[in-house]
Ligand binder design. Structure first.
Ligand SMILES: *Cc1c(COP(=O)(O)O)cnc(C)c1O
Length: 351
C-alpha cells in the first residue's frame, strides 16, 4: 500500500469556456474581443529580436506598469501587473484573505472566486443577489475577512454606480475590498479614484476583453502603495518573473493606442445596443448590460436546448448549469456580421 495521495492537495478547478477549433465557427462563449489588438501590437511582435528572449524580463514589468500608471493617473508604485487578471486576483486572495472571518462575494458572480477560496482554505460566504440579480449592499455591512465585487458583475452584466461601491468600501475599513473591473470599459463606472481615498481598496482590470489581448495574458491591479507592496512580496515568494518580455512590450503598445481602444470599445457597445432589440424580437429578455456580453433568457424555450442547437450550428455561447441561472445564455458581443448570423440561427431554432 502506498499513501502518497494522502498528501496531495485536492482541488475542484475552475472550468473555462470551451476553445473549439472549427474554421467556420462563431465564437461568442468566452467574452473575447472580436477585433484584433491595436496595430502597434503586431508591430512589436514583427520587430521583436529573438535575442532579447535570452535575458530574463524586467521583474517589475517596467514599460508596461509605467504605461498603465500613466493611463490610470497613478504612480508606478500603485500598479501590480500579472498574467491575466486571474493571476492578479489569485495573488490578491492569497495575500489579503488570511483571517478567520468569511470573505464575502455574491452567489452569482465570477465562478473563479470560490475556487481560489477553496484552494487557499479561505472561509467564504455568498450573499444572494436579489430577484433582479442586483447586489444588496447591506449584505456586506457585517464583519468579514474581505470582499470581492465584480462591477459590472458577471455573468449578470449589471453595473452598479460609484456611490454604491463607495458605500461598501466605507462600511469595510477593516478588510480589503477587491473590485473586479474586467468589463468596466464597456459601460461601468470605475472605482479607480477611490483607491486614493481608501488604502484598503484594490481595483483589478484585464487586457483580455476591452484590449483584445486574451491570448497574451495581461491583467493589473491599482491600489495604495501598501496594498501593492504586500502583493509584490507574495508574488516574489513564488515567481519573480511572471510577465514575459513580449507581453510587457505588447501590453505597452496596446495602452499607448488610445484611439484604437476607444474605437473598438465603441463598436462593441454599439453592436450590443442593436443586439438587445433583435433578441427581444426573438422572444428573449436581456438583463441591462454594461459589459461586452448579454445575459439572456427566452420566454418559452429552455436555455440549455437553445445552447445545444446553436452548438450544432457551430455557434458557441456559454451556458451555466447552475441554480438561478440555468435558464440563461451568456452571449459575447461579436462583430455585426457574426451577430446577424446568430439572429438567423436563433430564428431557425425557435420557429
Ligand atoms: C474574464 C474575467 C477575468 C479574467 O480575465 P483574464 O483573462 O485572466 O485577465 C476576471 N474577472 C472576470 C469577472 C472576468 O470575466
Amino acid at each position: 500500500m502506498s499513501n502518497w495521495e494522502n498528501n496531495v492537495r485536492k482541488v475542484v478547478p475552475y472550468v473555462p469556456g470551451d476553445q473549439p477549433q472549427y474554421p467556420d465557427m462563431i465564437k461568442l462563449n468566452t467574452n473575447e474581443n472580436p477585433y484584433p489588438p491595436a496595430p502597434g501590437v503586431a508591430e512589436v511582435l514583427k520587430n521583436l529580436n529573438a535575442d532579447v528572449l535570452r535575458l530574463y524580463p524586467k521583474p517589475d514589468a517596467h514599460e508596461l506598469a509605467a504605461a498603465i500608471a500613466e493611463e490610470c493617473g497613478v504612480d508606478f508604485n500603485n500598479v501590480f501587473v500579472g498574467v491575466g487578471s486571474d493571476d492578479v486576483l489569485g495573488t490578491a486572495f492569497l495575500t489579503f484573505f488570511k483571517g478567520d472571518l468569511p470573505v464575502l462575494f455574491p452567489d452569482v458572480t465570477y465562478s473563479f472566486y470560490p475556487v481560489w477560496a477553496e484552494l487557499y482554505n479561505i472561509p467564504y460566504e455568498t450573499p444572494a443577489l436579489d430577484g433582479n440579480f442586483r447586489i444588496k449592499k447591506e449584505d456586506y455591512y457585517k464583519p468579514n475577512g474581505g470582499i470581492v465585487i465584480a462591477n459590472p458583475n458577471a455573468p449578470t452584466t449589471i453595473a452598479e454606480p460609484l456611490d454604491f461601491i463607495e458605500d461598501i468600501v466605507k462600511h469595510n475599513k477593516d478588510s480589503v475590498v477587491i473590485v473586479d473591473e474586467a468589463y468596466v470599459d464597456f459601460g461601468g463606472e470605475t472605482a479607480l479614484e477611490l483607491t486614493r481615498k481608501y488604502e484598503n481598496l484594490l481595483v483589478v482590470r484585464t487586457f483580455s476583453k476591452s484590449r483584445n489581448l486574451a491570448g497574451m495574458r495581461i491583467g493589473f491591479a491599482i491600489g495604495s502603495e501598501k496594498l501593492i507592496s504586500y502583493m509584490m512580496a507574495v508574488r516574489n515568494s513564488y515567481n519573480s518573473y511572471t510577465m514575459t518580455t513580449p507581453s510587457i512590450l505588447c501590453g505597452e503598445a496596446s495602452i499607448k493606442d488610445k484611439a484604437y481602444f476607444r474605437k473598438t470599445v465603441d463598436k462593441i457597445t454599439a453592436t450590443r445596443e442593436k443586439a438587445v432589440p433583435e433578441l427581444q424580437k426573438l422572444g428573449f429578455t436581456c438583463l441591462d448590460s454594461s459589459a461586452n456580453f448579454l445575459f439572456a433568457t427566452h420566454k418559452t424555450v429552455p436555455a440549455k436546448e437553445i445552447f445545444t442547437k446553436l452548438r450544432e450550428k457551430h455557434i458557441f455561447v456559454r451556458y451555466f448549469d447552475k441554480p438561478r441561472i440555468n435558464n440563461y445564455l451568456r452571449i459575447t458581443i461579436g462583430t455585426d456580421n457574426e451577430m446577424q448570423q446568430l439572429y438567423a440561427a436563433l430564428s431557425e431554432i425557435l420557429k
